[in-house]
Design a protein around this ligand. Structure first.
Ligand code: TXA
Ligand code: MG
Length: 317
């Protein structure tokens, strides 16, 4: 099961889930949607299977992966769940919140998943396809976003095919993902919460669910989120953000009244903008123009996560 593969796209349904589960039981990896972005899933308890994720993505091995579970009981078999994390779980699972937790002493998660860290990132997805797959496999699944390392996250089966075609046997297609941004990643302490990656669940929502605990934003280069390489989301075309006056040859990604070749949300709706962000970046990158210019996006609410992804996309070494 090491490829190269003829990559098949199968529409979501009983047959697609059964085929995906069979590939995973055989130690392989397949792409499947979650409510955030498409994931590249494999058995998190099988180190060789997880290595095939890294191989398909071409991902640096120091970058730990998120483990997906059906419920809190499954999470408790992998990691220790403190009181603050439990409150966040009660408020937001299933949903787009990943928690970094200390590994349980007898955790079955393969060490390649955590890249040797004493902690594991766990999330409980809400999407029917990923939930059906978790139920069919009966084990926790490691799944990073289904794009080549350093590429833009995939929010449609066609994005996965463009990035990983030939490197995996199967893509389960259940349409465009609802949120279009990867999950929020947080790590709880007794008296505060560290926000390791902004996402659909905002800092304000985390604080409120935890009885008003302060939420501290960890900066992108922090050791606590080693996968947050600043160039992680970079498209091939140079990209500038917060552009008020774009150059004539730029592909312009607009927001609100400031239009462009694509408008993330003509009405200025940040949820709509987040859902279409990676699709817009894929289209801009494929346009053939020499540069991409993104209009200003407000920083409130989901705008914090959108601007975080845009800053990474703009970063160049
Ligand atoms: O929405 C999502 O979270 C998607 C879908 C597929 O579930 N997954 C996703 O996975 O975005 P990935 O691998 O692209 O991002 C994983 C992030 C990385 O930034 C990684 O460094 C961080 O999670 N991470 C994983 N384990 C960690 C740990 N033990 N401590 C801190 N950060 C961790
Ligand atoms: Mg990713």
């Amino acid at each position: 099961s090491n490829g190269p593969f003829t990559t098949e796209i199968c529409r979501y349904g009983t047959a697609a889930i059964a085929r995906a589960a069979a590939v995973i039981a055989d130690g392989g990896t397949i792409a499947i949607p979650t409510e955030t972005v498409y994931g590249l899933a494999a058995d998190s308890t099988d180190g060789a299977a997880v290595a095939r994720i890294y191989a398909a993505k071409g991902r640096p091995a120091f970058n730990p992966l998120i483990v997906h579970v059906l419920d809190v009981a499954a999470a408790a078999r992998l990691a220790r769940i403190d009181a603050v994390s439990k409150r966040l779980i009660d408020a937001f699972w299933p949903g787009p919140l990943t928690l970094v937790l200390p590994l349980a002493p007898d955790s079955p998660v393969a060490s390649i998943v955590t890249a040797g860290l004493p902690t594991v990132a766990i999330r409980c997805p809400a999407h029917r396809a990923m939930r059906d797959l978790l139920a069919a496999c009966g084990r926790p699944l490691a799944a990073p976003s289904a794009n080549p390392s350093g590429g833009i996250s995939a929010t449609r089966a066609a994005h996965v095919m463009a990035g990983l075609g030939g490197r995996i046997p199967l893509i389960v297609d259940d349409g465009a993902t609802a949120m279009g941004l990867e999950s929020t990643i947080a790590a709880a302490a007794p008296d505060h919460i560290r926000l390791l990656r902004p996402g659909p669940i905002t800092a304000e929502q985390l604080s409120e669910a935890a009885g008003g605990l302060p939420v501290i934003a960890a900066d992108g280069g922090s050791i606590e989120a080693p996968g947050q390489l600043s160039s992680h989301y970079a498209p091939g075309t140079p990209l500038a953000i917060d552009v008020a006056a774009p150059a004539a040859d730029a592909f312009v990604i607009g927001f609100g009244a400031a239009g462009g070749d694509i408008n993330l949300s003509p009405s200025g709706d940040l949820v709509e903008a987040a859902a279409g962000l990676f699709d817009a970046l894929h289209r801009a990158d494929a346009s053939g123009r020499p540069q991409i210019a993104v209009r200003p996006v407000p920083q409130q609410g989901l705008g914090a996560a959108i601007n975080d992804r845009l800053r990474r996309a703009a970063h160049r070494d």
